[in-house]
Design a protein around this ligand. Sequence first.
Ligand SMILES: CC(C)(COP(=O)(O)OP(=O)(O)OC[C@H]1O[C@@H](n2cnc3c(N)ncnc32)[C@H](O)[C@@H]1OP(=O)(O)O)[C@@H](O)C(=O)NCCC(=O)NCCS
Length: 156
Amino acid sequence: MTEPLVRPMRLSDLPTVMETTRRSLPLAWGEAVWREELASPFGLYLVLEEDGAVSGYIGLKLISDEAHVVTIAVRPERRRRGVARALLEAALADPASVGARRVYLEVRPSNAGARALYGSLGFVETGLRPAYYGDEDALLMTLDLRTAPHRNRPRR
Ligand SMILES: CC(C)(COP(=O)(O)OP(=O)(O)OC[C@H]1O[C@@H](n2cnc3c(N)ncnc32)[C@H](O)[C@@H]1OP(=O)(O)O)[C@@H](O)C(=O)NCCC(=O)NCCS
């Protein structure tokens, strides 16, 4: 067993990443969307690799002083081992996030696991986006990096 490694997502990760998405989320991006996202100057896409295999991934959009977590998923057989937490912490500690003052994301009210994850990292519920997912509203959760001290990251 080698130490888990968080690194930028590569095009060669897409088959595993897309399979993880299909097994994790009701809506999955097609390959063209993934390629566009990976090429975007506003995107930060990371994977966590263990023993040469990708266990999970995260994607953020960084615009001005805001970071938007647009996607995160962990392979079902690798869950509850700290992978998502490590990915979120690495993304917020990444030099690409240095200008971010506020992090936000949408989550299904029914997604208790994800809500618990975000809450444990200091995110708080700050709004509701009606019918965001079509079949369900979205809760808006926000982490204010100016007031919430974050591991691996200096306070600002
Ligand atoms: C949500 C998800 C990314 C969490 O990934 P993970 O690697 O299992 O999460 P972690 O192991 O880092 O969990 C960290 C903490 O979050 C909370 N948590 C995570 N999953 C949980 C669950 N299913 N139930 C309750 N709490 C949970 C716990 O506090 C956990 O700490 P603990 O295990 O010490 O109790 C994963 O379940 C997943 O891929 N789900 C499907 C995709 C999805 O819902 N993405 C989010 C969309 S908004």
